[in-house]
Ligand binder design. Structure first.
Ligand code: PEP
Ligand code: MG
Length: 322
């Protein structure tokens, strides 16, 4: 089966009723990007820039970032590349970004929040993104957005950065989106996402914040399962309430599990972003069923009592169809 999946890796993933679902790659370096493109990824759905520059002692200059983002765009050409702005803080320290002192770093000044009082690093990054977006298909993605004010802040930083790049405004072709990884953003997505091009659900953080259980903590694994119906209900809520024309991506770790691909599409997700090596099998899984079958599966999952029951539903459903 894996062999078949690899053979078809570069073929677009169409469901049985011919709906195209783009399966993109999560990227943490240029090497990972090349691996993703080699596995047939339809672009990069999440470039974790804090990972790309994790080993840098000093902040990269605008020029240095232009070079890196352009190289990533070339790897995935003609597909688009989604650059997430620095998601520093909590589990993602950056040597060139002073860490905040606090008892709850996951609830602290992480992601976009960290730059409101000291925007220099973010403005440099956005200037580089604007410059590369002039002649490459790029999307910019803001992490840890929770309020409408955050979206206004993000947009105003982007406008300032475009001006610094000598442009009249953000380049036409630059897609603008926000991570939906805080419950408040999921609940209010109908207003927050107005005028944006896409949102991207981050189930790693969304599950952590919905279930009040720190991500990655082995002791809390039983309480932080992204398949809990409470998390799935928020994903469906997002898909049902985004303003028309706003695409719903999904870039949490669940998107790398081929058993969950149909469920996510059934919840209303338009495109997935997975670990590079998982792309061929996620594509293969999507071909197995139709969107209405996935919809029914998702409806059953939403009504399930817990994550274990959801897991029982998806395993046989997808394997049975494959
Ligand atoms: C997420 O939170 O689900 C996500 C994709 O972002 P990260 O894992 O980088 O926090
Ligand atoms: Mg996150």
């Amino acid at each position: 089966e894996r062999e078949q999946g690899l053979r078809d890796a570069h073929v677009p993933a169409l469901t049985a009723d011919h709906v195209r679902v783009r399966v993109k790659a999560n990227v943490a370096s240029l090497a990972v990007a090349r691996a993703g493109a080699g596995q047939g990824a339809d672009g990069a759905g999440l470039v974790r820039t804090e990972a790309v520059f994790a080993r840098w002692r000093q902040a990269p200059t605008v020029e240095q970032q232009v070079e890196v983002y352009a190289a990533l765009a070339e790897v995935f050409d003609p597909h688009d590349v989604t650059i997430r702005t620095w998601d520093a803080g909590a589990d993602k320290p950056l040597a060139f970004m002073p860490a905040e002192e606090g008892r709850n770093p996951f609830l602290g000044l992480r992601g976009l929040r960290a730059f409101v009082a000291q925007p220099a690093l973010l403005l440099d990054q956005l200037e580089a993104i604007c410059r590369v977006a002039v002649d490459h298909p790029l999307r910019v993605l803001f992490p840890m957005v929770s309020t409408a004010d955050d979206v206004r802040t993000a947009r105003s930083f982007l406008a300032r950065a475009a001006a610094r790049a000598g442009l009249p405004g953000p380049p036409e072709g630059l897609g603008v989106g926000i991570m939906v990884e805080v419950p408040a953003a999921a609940l209010c997505v109908g207003t927050l996402a107005g005028g944006l091009d896409f949102v991207s659900v981050g189930s790693n953080d969304l599950a952590q914040y919905v279930l009040a259980a720190e991500r990655g903590s082995p002791a809390l694994a039983a309480w932080s399962d992204p398949l809990e119906p409470a998390v799935l209900q928020l994903v469906r809520h997002v898909a049902d309430h985004v303003p028309p024309g706003v695409a719903v991506s999904f870039c949490g770790a669940s998107a790398s599990d081929p058993d969950l691909a149909g469920l996510l599409v059934g919840l209303g997700v338009d495109e997935l972003s997975a670990t590079a090596s998982a792309v061929p099998m996620v594509k293969r899984a999507l071909r197995a069923g139709s969107t209405w079958e996935y919809r029914e599966l998702a409806d059953r999952a939403l009504a399930a009592p817990d994550a274990a029951a959801v897991r029982e539903l998806v395993g046989p459903a997808v394997r049975g169809a494959a």
